[in-house]
Ligand binder design. Structure first.
Ligand SMILES: [Mn+2]
Length: 416
């Protein structure tokens, strides 16, 4: 038997939004390349381990696209290899929640090659396999003790027993701190032959649990975010009587180069220094793209301190000219949110400033400025993003409205 194990195909992913259409195309192409490779191989089973789709609500043509590609896999596997391929799908966190997810749209009573696990149908059985399919749950401990463990113990030992999950697994994945995860030890206590896991986007080498079960993590099929270095693709597994299974990695070349560059400075520098560093990184990336056959995006994250001026004084207009000269450079994103302001301007401690005194030159506008100032501060204290320290557009908009209204109703000096 030949199995293909794929995960995190994220059809319809548009992030970064500035190149959304390129991203959608990249994920769709990767999926088609994987289908081509599976048709070539003649697989008996395809396991889709969650996050088939990027979102619960997607444009219909993307759902039709996936439906059509799975149908193509089924019909061409039959015409070329005389095999009925069986496709088994679980729900990832991106697909939606139990009862409301994108997978509902690919289910079809006539598509007998497709089996979508859900809360009512957790087990798939045929003469060869018995498969327990567990979609994504936030409460991993509960899912393990109430669902995975009792059901795994019921799986008939006269068939190949497989568990597919969409979750992090401690001891297998590099799990971020404070993130719910199953553990390889837990899973190693279950009577299984294979565990296939989605959710972790970096492909892992086949490994064994203490039960002897093989564990496979294919990772995402395309580059999910800036800075990912791991290869993209999926696992093929061939079972062999009396022998260990054979594993083959099928590489899928990402469509674009997606680079993340960090520019850090320990010393404080003027805006011009940052401008030069940023432009150098953009030019280097642009010429690297020029000598490859790929287009791409770059994200430059700037941190350190300014010795004078503001982040907005870093003149990046040259980037537009570099981009105009290289059509392969699809997007440049410069993030200066972590750049510290010069010590002078950052040292105003509001608490120590007498606000009416500070704004006194505005004369009778002073009370209104003082009032707006404290409203903005209150909103920041209550609503600011933990990551950026900024307000979301919905919190910011009413404050801006109020500022504008107040400004519009008065005149300041100047010609009468
Ligand atoms: Mn995912």
């Amino acid at each position: 038997m030949k199995f293909a194990i794929l995960a995190d195909t994220h059809i319809g992913r548009t992030i970064p939004l500035a190149v959304g259409q390129h991203r959608v195309q990249a994920f769709s192409k990767a999926f088609s390349h994987a289908v081509d490779a599976m048709i070539e191989e003649g697989v008996d089973y395809l396991f889709l381990c969650g996050d088939l789709f990027e979102r619960r609500t997607l444009r219909p043509h993307l759902v039709f696209f996936v439906h059509d590609e799975l149908y193509r896999l089924a019909t061409e596997t039959m015409s070329r290899h005389g095999k009925h391929v069986q496709i088994l799908v679980i729900r990832g966190n991106h697909d939606g929640s139990p009862g409301s997810n994108t997978l509902d749209y690919i289910k079809h009573p006539l598509a007998r090659y497709l089996f979508v696990f859900d809360e009512e149908k957790r087990i798939y059985t045929d003469p060869n396999l018995v498969v327990l399919g567990i979609g994504h749950y936030d409460q991993v401990d509960r899912a393990f003790s109430e669902i995975v463990k009792p059901l795994a113990r019921e799986l008939s030992p006269d068939r190949t027993r497989i568990l597919i999950l969409h979750a992090f697994i401690l001891g297998q994945h590099n799990v971020p701190a404070d993130t719910p995860a199953y553990s390889a030890d837990q899973l190693g206590e279950l009577p299984l032959d294979y565990v296939f896991a989605g959710h972790y986007h970096k492909a892992c080498q086949p490994s064994r649990l203490k039960s002897g079960a093989w564990m496979l993590t294919p990772g995402s099929l395309e580059i999910y975010d800036f800075g990912e270095e791991s290869e993209k693709g999926f696992w093929l597994l061939e079972t062999r009587a009396e022998h260990e299974p054979q594993f083959t990695w099928v590489k899928i070349e990402p469509m674009h180069t997606m680079r993340r560059v960090e520019l850090r400075s320990k010393l404080r520098n003027p805006p011009e220094w940052y401008r030069e560093q940023i432009l150098r990184a953009v030019r280097d990336f642009s010429s690297e793209l020029g000598s490859s056959d790929k287009s791409g995006y770059i994200r430059i994250v700037v941190s350190g301190g300014l010795s004078e001026g503001f982040p907005s004084d870093i003149d990046l207009s040259e980037i537009d000219r570099i981009r105009a000269a290289n059509r392969g450079l699809l997007h440049v994103d410069v993030d200066t949110i972590e750049l510290e302001l010069p010590i002078l301007s950052a040292s105003f401690e509001h608490e120590q400033v007498d606000l009416p005194m500070f704004f006194k030159d505005f004369n009778d506008f002073t009370p209104e400025i003082t009032e707006m100032h404290s409203r903005v501060r209150e909103s920041l204290e209550e609503n600011a993003s933990v990551q950026t320290g900024l307000l979301s557009p919905s919190h910011r908009a009413p404050l801006i409205e109020d500022w504008l209204r107040r400004f519009r109703t008065r005149r300041f000096g100047g010609p009468k």
